[in-house]
Design a protein around this ligand. Structure first.
Ligand SMILES: NC(=O)c1ccc[n+]([C@@H]2O[C@H](COP(=O)([O-])OP(=O)(O)OC[C@H]3O[C@@H](n4cnc5c(N)ncnc54)[C@H](OP(=O)(O)O)[C@@H]3O)[C@@H](O)[C@H]2O)c1
Length: 255
């Protein structure tokens, strides 16, 4: 008798912005999903709980993030947690390792955060594991954090570089699709449908929030430590483009 074989997927960072949406979507699709995070006893930095949670997993998805973006801490987070997770994944015989990273990561090495993401990706690609990496552009939900990180004395300094942001729900959908497919041993890029100037997008977001901060356009303004060229944050031609527009997301009834 042929039976439905349920896939067991462990989501590391399953309580986060993307993680919680991903857990919901994968569960709705009929998978057995385990949301793992320090609160559920799974800590990728210390290794606690990793062997136990991966026992019956076919797929592990890493959508965790560093609690600190400070140079030493963020590098330690992504290198230590990825090293621990890869070792535990190999030991448990998990067949597919999926990780979420950012479009343009390799062009952003001037930034401590992105140097840590580059290190994370290198550990995965050189590990011998069967992997897939999803590169997403900036989440709509993240624009406020970009504005906060670029604020000096109450004024936001932002480059006019292009940005093509995406709704977090759609990032989760892309990661879910990857997690339930075969390992690609490569990177898939995902983005939203529209390009903005980063300065323009931040202004739009502040206006929608009723935030009085002024935005100054400055080509030398840094993005988490990196100077941006016009297309640093923009995906290549093969990217999967999702349909939700920023204004529709920002003005939807639940926002
Ligand atoms: N922000 C963007 O625009 C953007 C764009 C593209 C890609 N990304 C990538 O997307 C990923 C997820 O981002 P997010 O915004 O969804 O993250 P988030 O909301 O900050 O969630 C982070 C998750 O990681 C968990 N975590 C933290 N330390 C951990 C540890 N030691 N062991 C296990 N889990 C731990 C957290 O658990 P707690 O609930 O206990 O804190 C939480 O579940 C990141 O890798 C980021 O680089 C972000």
């Amino acid at each position: 008798m042929l039976g439905f074989v349920m896939t067991t997927i462990v989501v590391i960072g399953g309580t986060g912005l993307i993680g919680s949406k991903l857990v919901a979507q994968l569960s709705e699709q009929g998978n057995e999903v385990i949301a793992a995070s320090p609160d559920s006893g799974v800590n990728t930095l210390t290794g606690d709980g990793l062997a136990e949670v991966l026992t019956d997993a076919q797929v592990v998805v890493d959508v965790s993030n560093s609690p600190s973006f400070e140079e030493r801490e963020v590098l330690d987070f992504f290198t230590t947690s990825t090293t621990n997770l890869l070792a535990a994944t190999t030991a448990a015989g998990v067949g597919h390792y999926v990780a979420l990273s950012v479009v343009g990561t390799d062009r952003l090495a001037e930034s401590p955060y992105f140097r840590a993401k580059i290190a994370q990706e290198r550990l995965i690609t050189e590990s011998g594991a069967a992997y897939s990496i999803v590169h997403a552009t900036q989440f709509f939900e993240f624009v406020r954090s970009i504005a906060n990180s670029a604020t000096v004395d109450g004024v936001v300094h932002a480059a006019p570089a292009l940005i093509q942001p995406i709704a977090a729900d759609e990032v989760a959908a892309a990661v879910a699709r990857t997690a339930t497919g075969e390992p690609s041993h490569g990177i898939v890029e995902v983005a939203g449908p529209e390009q903005f100037g980063l300065d323009e997008l931040i202004s739009k977001s502040l206006t929608l929030d009723g935030d009085p901060r002024r935005v100054v356009t400055d080509p030398q303004a840094r993005y988490f430590g990196a100077v941006l060229q016009e297309r640093t944050l923009i995906p290549g031609t093969g990217a999967l483009i999702f349909p939700t527009r920023f204004d529709d997301w920002a003005t939807r009834p639940s926002s």
